[in-house]
Design a protein around this ligand. Structure first.
Ligand code: NAP
Length: 319
């Protein structure tokens, strides 16, 4: 089969499309014919060596969707031909076939395309964990999705809207803001507009927002603390540097800053996350937006694109 291989960490061009042997499932594993693989910012951090050193060579990618091609003798939940998506893999998702532990595989409802299935493992799971498991957001809360036009942000807008929250989303382009509105945001702001943060006070009648899902904490955490409602919570999801904050802004409101890494989710939490995502796909409240489809051979270009400004949903690779 063909797979992207990384023999040394570095620039996007270290990713090469190569011919490698087909993987064989161990008794607890599932082999999936990949129809689409999701490209996440974390894939670029790992490739660049910012997340330690994976055993080399390796195939990048955690998110894929496709059909089950073979199952190990102890696999109970899946059979050959099932439509599935992955949340983590054993052998890497940027490939024609991917090996996973059974626990990393979830059924892909018929309502979702393979491209949409490749958008779930990291982005939707992150949005769900941030909103419900870390911020403990409730129906009736007002939520700011600070960076709502990308993979995690569009997911968060859909999840919050479906749960009965008032949703405010931000994006840096007109196209992104139109997208955020179409996902169900009640209010949409431009995070490049110098005055946008003050508009939150008007939108919330001066009270502030209950929850902020923060995609770029190094830019925004200080500002976030000034627009929280009493007992408000900021969840740090994305951060690309350091930031100065005034803790007094949090003290005066009994506010919390919590952070999250999807890698810290327990097995029980992951089970809960994916049960909710599958239900959301089935009932139509979750509809991943595919902004760009690229061939597997364009993995390097995709890694550059996923870090560029002007996000629009999800980038997927199609083998
Ligand atoms: P993405 O698809 O590239 O989206 C990035 C988002 O950040 C876009 O909505 C972008 O908006 C927005 N953004 C850019 N400048 C901003 C600013 N000044 N203020 C607020 N938002 C801004 O990436 P993603 O997959 O959604 O991931 C988002 C971040 O979360 C990344 O940093 C990623 O590494 C991180 N993440 C963390 C976890 C975790 O476990 N903690 C899991 C998944 C992702 P425009 O392009 O419209 O300006």
């Amino acid at each position: 089969m063909k797979a992207i291989r990384v023999h040394e960490l570095g620039a996007p061009e270290v990713m090469r499309l190569e011919e490698v042997p087909d993987p064989k499932p161990a008794p607890t594993q599932v082999l999936i014919r990949v129809r689409a693989a999701g490209v996440n910012p974390v894939d670029t951090y790992i490739r660049a060596g910012m997340y330690g050193t994976p055993p080399l060579p390796y195939t990048p990618g955690m998110d894929a969707a496709g059909e089950v091609e073979a199952v190990g003798a102890h696999v109970k939940r899946f059979a050959v031909g099932d439509r599935v998506y992955t949340a983590g893999t054993v052998s890497g998702a940027y490939a024609e076939k991917v090996l996973c532990e059974e626990s990393q595989v979830h059924p892909l409802p018929k309502q979702a395309s393979f491209q949409q299935g490749a958008s779930l493992g990291v982005p939707y799971a992150t949005a769900f964990r941030a909103l419900f498991q870390r911020a403990h957001a409730l129906p009736g809360d007002t939520v700011l999705v600070h960076g709502a036009s990308g993979g995690v942000g569009t997911a968060a807008v859909q999840l919050a809207r479906a749960a009965g929250m008032t949703v405010i989303g931000t994006a840096g382009t007109d196209k992104g803001r139109t997208l955020v509105e179409a996902q169900g945001a009640h209010h949409v702001l431009d995070h490049k507009d110098p005055g946008y943060i003050d508009r939150l006070k008007d939108i919330t009648g001066g009270r502030g927002v209950d929850v902020i899902l923060e995609m770029l904490a190094n830019e925004n955490l200080g500002k976030d603390l000034t627009v929280l409602a009493p007992k408000g919570r900021v969840v740090v999801i994305g951060c690309r540097g350091s930031v100065e904050i005034n803790p007094r802004d949090a003290m005066s409101k009994d506010a919390s800053i919590v952070a999250m890494s999807l890698f810290n989710a327990s097995e029980a939490e992951k089970t809960s996350i994916h049960a909710a995502l599958v239900a959301g796909l089935e009932n139509g409240t979750l509809r991943p937006v595919i902004g760009r489809e690229m061939p597997l051979s364009a993995a390097a270009e995709a890694h550059k694109a996923v870090l560029e400004a002007g996000a629009y949903g999800k980038i997927v690779l199609v083998p």
